[in-house]
Ligand binder design. Structure first.
Ligand SMILES: [Zn+2]
Length: 216
């Protein structure tokens, strides 16, 4: 395992800062993503892929394959972050091309800024790393970061659908509370109403459209 010494790490971070400025001069088209985790400090990096990197759609046009490295240097500690959670992002490769600039400027949305840049002069993807997406501290006691990555990397239409379904689910939780308190207060309510609640017989049923929420 590579571990940069403090001097090398400073140099790496300086270079990364310059690289970030350089690539920021123009927009980039991104498609899928891959998740990397540092073997030394456990930090997590969600790495978007610029068009042409690990991109089966582009491979078909060019007849070539341009990869990204299996390991990248973790700018937090100088250790090596390696590709992990391989199934995450796999289905998005070569699909849903979008503007990186528009993506990072979205309000009210958890954004992952790191990505692999497709530098035409280099035969593999070049990591552009702003900061870790999840650090050891925030991972402690948390098991939901994988779900969070999954949700927040969905294409916009699927993301909206997911949020709407989640909102419906939340409303239903509130409804159940309301029904429970009404039933407690209203001992004399008619039997029919008691059995089904004021919202009818289907009041507690989860609609079919919410299926996805629990099954991905
Ligand atoms: Zn690290």
């Amino acid at each position: 395992m590579i571990l940069l010494d403090p001097y090398q790490l400073e140099k790496y971070k300086t270079n990364m800062g310059e690289r970030i400025i350089e690539v920021g001069k123009q927009d980039h088209t991104i498609h899928g993503y891959m998740v990397y985790q540092c073997e030394h400090c456990n930090n997590i990096y969600v790495m978007w892929l610029e068009k042409g990197l690990e991109d089966p759609t582009d491979d078909e046009k060019t007849g070539m394959h341009k990869p990204v490295p299996f390991g990248i240097i973790c700018p937090a500690c100088g250790g090596t972050a390696i590709h992990t959670l391989w199934s995450l992002g796999k289905d998005s490769l070569g699909k849903n091309y979008k503007s990186y600039q528009k993506y990072v400027e979205q309000p009210n949305r958890l954004i992952y800024r790191n990505f692999f840049w497709n530098d035409p002069t280099i035969d593999r993807g070049v990591p552009i790393i702003f900061e870790p997406d999840y650090c050891l501290e925030s991972l402690r006691g948390r098991i939901d970061y994988i779900t969070e990555i999954y949700i927040n990397t969905l294409p916009n239409n699927q993301y909206e659908e997911f949020i709407n379904n989640a909102m419906n689910a939340l409303d239903r939780v509130t409804l159940v509370d309301v029904v429970a308190s009404i039933e407690l207060l209203d001992f004399k309510g008619n039997r029919e109403q008691k059995r089904h609640g004021p919202f009818g017989i289907d009041g507690y049923k989860r609609p079919r459209s919410n299926k996805k929420l629990y099954e991905y």
